[in-house]
Design a protein around this ligand. Structure first.
Ligand SMILES: [Zn+2]
Length: 885
């Protein structure tokens, strides 16, 4: 699954990056060795095959179905329990096989809390093979959970399409099943559908026959052995484009009329499949692989790796030439690379239980970055590693963090596990370990893991065993340190001594924490790479105290190349030397230093102004990614000064002074030979300069917006989003009404959704109130309200939260079930007001079971940290600005 995407520029504007992240994530008990598979079902019966027959009624938002489940009774019993949610059973019977007498269930017990159904039989079922036949009905929802509908406009007509979303535990809403990843089985699906609609599932269509009433019966080929959460069914007025790679048919499926926007995604799939067939050493095993693009959105995810039938919200896959930007192109590729990596990591080999979810998500995230770097070197994606690590560390340095491998006992906890620890820390740790053992050994380990566990289930140690065998290096001990312990290591670097052309450094391993300054540090074996600037890198494992000898004399750089998951805290002389050498360092090291100095400064381990010192050394022609990061951090600072107008004005003045010349240098118009990352930087700079009140930028955005009514070139696709961002943020009532009218009139579902979103980004309080009221309606679509409200929380977190809780019953229906326990605390978690803490406690007490309160706890920790930062750290920035502003 790909978590909900939010553009980097928007993240910066909302203060979501650079250590101020309000990411709200579960606190879970410390990991125990994840060797025992958790289950919520008695293990007396094991399914082997499901034959499912579905008849959806889109207009009535319901479906009828029957399923025949082949199963083995392992222990004699007169009852069978499986998962079911919101299903109504009419007949339940069991037989020893086709043609054998059927025994009807004597009692059906449905447990809504446990999401199970238990069927009791009058006589005990002996050990052996059976067929359980169930007839039932279920509901089609409006949010992306179970089977759901999405309504959209197509060429002025109202349309409804159906899709399914089963991760993590929602297959039970459509098929009564052993809905846990460990219970793999084969699936044969058939569906009765209206003529003229396209039905899509994991496997290709095997046959289609016309029924007497004009409908069609579509039968799909039988799937390989797989987990229930990977099943998919989609139905609507679709179009499909295809290509073939390595004998596999690749497809992209869109609503009718949008297929022209799918070419880039299709080309990407071809390139990625070729790469993966080679990398994994096991060829993609299904005959086809579709990617189904759907209108609307979810607050929980943007794409899902159903085996053979990836589901992606259209904004994360299609490129509409009227609006697509460079970052949209990157997103489309990345999401495909992520979901396709899951076809192996997750689908072919599946974690035994949610404890090891990172085996899915950490790997897919790492593969996504690796593959993008390899296949699109011009995007310089390798530089994103610093931002990825930062997202993880920012969360991992709070006391409410959890280990990468964590014990999950409930469905709610599994939902909360889709967080920056599982994804970004997982990815960063893999990057570090790959770097430690070497690319070839790592790939050899992955290949033998795939071959050995294909169609099976695993725990993390199954992977470490194969990598260790391939690498002949003790990787398991280091891997355990970083996946079974929570938190961020910190390496202190004492001042260096140079003698006889060699530099000696003393390192001490500690722990970086943002909110537990007196904590006894945990112990990690940290793979460290250090060098003198320009000298050869030297490697060591640092645990406790260690010395390193580096060739050459000069400025010392630790974590050279930035593959290590740790913070580096230099003694003041060493840091001063690095600051002076900043302009000459490799881009990725410049970014790593900026990140560390920002976080260490905000945590009080360095002067908060160290980051400002470093950033002041960035030349106007520094790499676009460096300026992206600086702009991001200055935007975060801008937001952390909210409510302190004088100090904020001083920061804004400085930000404009630094950033305006960079925008002037790259200009508003794309140069013919421009490098791809410059386009992303332009977007960031327009956004951030707009936020810090650059009059020139605001005026130019307004001029272009006004001119765009008559002049197409005034607002080309590449500039459209940042211009609209500036316009919406600074809108007066007339402009807001104009944007609202544009949203209402827009015919493209993708652009429409984006325009409604913008209405929530206004700084004006009265207009933000109107956006909140709009969020209660279905005007922009059933999945849009929660998104608008989330946007309002960017500028007005307290107001958005109070409104959301005040209208809880209405809004709860607009958020998919999997993200409810995260969505509401996420709004309040952006507040800088301690009064919000009591409100969050009250919310959790009223609405959440104890095991689903992790996100609330993290939201509270984020507020406490933000308030501390404002009172204790910003004054140092004030003094720095007084001197340098
Ligand atoms: Zn994923």
């Amino acid at each position: 699954m790909q978590r909900s995407l939010i553009s980097l520029a928007v993240m910066a504007l909302l203060g979501l990056t650079s250590g101020l992240a309000p990411l709200t994530v579960a606190a879970a008990p410390a990991a125990k060795a994840a060797n025992k598979v958790t289950t919520q079902l008695p293990r007396n019966a094991v399914p082997t095959h499901y034959a499912v027959s579905l008849t959806p009624d889109a207009a009535k938002s319901s479906f009828s179905a029957s399923v025949t489940i082949a199963l083995d009774i392992k222990q004699a019993s007169n009852s069978i329990t499986l998962n079911a949610a919101d299903l109504k059973f009419s007949t339940v019977s069991i037989s020893a096989g086709p043609g054998k007498p059927a025994l009807a269930a004597s009692k059906i017990n449905v447990d809504n809390d446990k999401q199970t159904a238990t069927f009791e039989f009058a006589q005990p079922l002996a050990v052996g093979s059976y067929q359980l036949k169930l007839d039932y009905t279920g509901v089609i929802g409006t949010q992306a959970t179970g089977m759901f509908s999405l309504d959209y406009q197509n060429g002025g007509d109202k349309k409804r399409a159906l899709y399914t979303q089963f991760e993590n535990s929602e297959a039970r809403r459509v098929i009564p099943s052993w809905d846990e990843p460990f219970y793999k089985a084969t699936f044969a699906l058939e569906a009765t559908v209206p003529a003229g609609q396209m039905a899509v599932s994991n496997m290709p269509v095997a046959s289609t026959s016309k029924l007497a009433d004009g409908r069609e019966l579509v039968r799909f080929a039988t799937s390989p052995k797989m987990s229930t959460y990977l099943l998919f069914f989609g139905l609507g007025e679709f179009e499909r484009a295809t290509a073939v790679e390595g004998g596999t048919e690749l497809g992209v499926v869109t609503q009718k009329g949008s297929i022209g926007q799918a070419q880039f995604a299709l080309d990407s799939s071809v390139a990625v499949l070729k790469e993966y067939n080679d990398y994994f050493g096991v060829k993609y095993p299904l005959p086809k692989l579709d990617n189904i693009a759907a209108p609307g959105r979810s607050q929980f995810f943007s794409a899902m790796e159903n085996w053979g039938a990836i589901f992606t919200f259209e904004s994360a896959i299609l490129l509409d030439p009227r609006v697509a930007t460079q970052s949209d192109k990157e997103t489309s590729f990345l999401v495909a690379a992520h979901e396709m990596a899951h076809q192996w990591f997750g689908d072919l080999v599946t974690m035994a239980w949610w404890d090891d979810l990172w085996l899915n998500e950490g790997f897919a995230s790492w593969m996504e970055s690796r593959t993008t770097t390899r296949l699109h070197p011009e995007w310089k994606w390798e530089l994103r590693a610093v931002g990825t690590r930062e997202q993880a560390m920012s969360r991992d340095a709070l006391a409410t963090t959890h280990p990468v491998v964590q014990h999950i006992s409930t469905v709610e906890q599994a939902s909360q596990a889709f967080d920056s620890i599982t994804y970004q820390k997982g990815e960063s740790v893999i990057r570090m370990l790959e770097n430690y053992v070497g690319d070839d050994a790592w790939r050899a380990g992955v290949r033998s893991y795939m071959a050995k566990h294909a169609y099976g289930n695993t725990v993390s140690d199954d992977l470490w065993r194969e990598v260790e065998k391939a690498a002949h290096k003790p990787v398991t001990a280091i891997a355990h340190d970083f996946t079974l312990k929570p938190g961020v290591p910190m390496i202190r670097v004492a001042d260096a001594v140079c003698k006889n052309g060699q530099t000696t450094i003393a390192l001490t391993q500690g722990e970086f924490s943002k909110d537990q300054t007196d904590k006894k540090p945990l112990s990690w074996r940290v793979p460290v790479i250090a060098q003198t600037v320009g000298g050869a890198p030297v490697r060591a494992i640092v645990n406790g105290k260690a010395g390193m000898t580096l060739p050459g004399c000069g400025t010392v750089l630790v974590n050279a190349g930035q593959s290590g998951y740790y913070r580096t805290l230099y003694a003041s002389k060493a840091f001063a030397a690095l600051t002076e050498s900043f302009a000459g360092l490799a881009t990725i090291d410049q970014m790593g230093l900026l990140s560390d100095s920002w976080s260490l400064g905000m945590a009080g381990l360095m002067p908060a102004s160290s980051f400002m010192d470093l950033a002041s050394k960035a030349p106007v022609d520094a790499a676009p990614q460096v300026w992206d990061q600086i702009a991001d951090s200055l935007a975060s600072l801008h937001y952390s000064y909210e409510g302190k107008p004088e100090q904020q004005a001083a920061l804004d003045r400085y930000a404009r002074k630094r950033l305006a010349p960079v925008l002037a240098r790259i200009g508003w118009t794309k140069a013919a030979d421009e490098a791809a990352p410059v386009a992303n930087l332009r977007e960031t700079l327009i956004n951030v300069l707009g936020a810090v009140g650059d009059e020139g930028v605001v005026a130019e955005a307004r001029r272009r917006y006004a001119a765009s009514a008559t002049d197409k070139d005034a607002m080309p696709a590449a500039l459209r989003r940042p211009i609209l961002g500036v316009i919406a943020a600074n809108a007066d009532a007339a402009t807001w009404d104009q944007l609202h009218a544009a949203a209402r009139e827009e015919k493209s579902s993708m652009i429409k959704s984006e325009l409604y979103d913008l209405l929530g980004t206004t700084k004006d309080k009265a207009l933000a109130q109107r956006a909140l009221e709009l969020a209660l309606t279905d005007e922009g679509g059933a999945t849009e309200g929660a998104a608008i409200l989330n946007r309002v929380a960017g500028h007005h977190p307290d107001m958005a939260y109070d409104f959301a809780i005040g209208h809880y019953a209405q809004l709860e229906k607009k958020v998919d079930g999997s993200s409810r326990s995260r969505y509401f605390p996420g709004l309040g978690g952006r507040s800088a007001d301690l009064a919000m803490i009591a409100k969050l406690h009250a919310y959790a007490k009223q609405y959440l079971p104890a095991e689903a309160q992790g996100d609330t706890k993290t939201a509270i920790a984020s507020i406490q940290y933000r308030v501390k930062l404002r009172t204790t750290r910003l004054p140092e920035i004030d003094s720095w600005l007084a001197k340098h502003g």
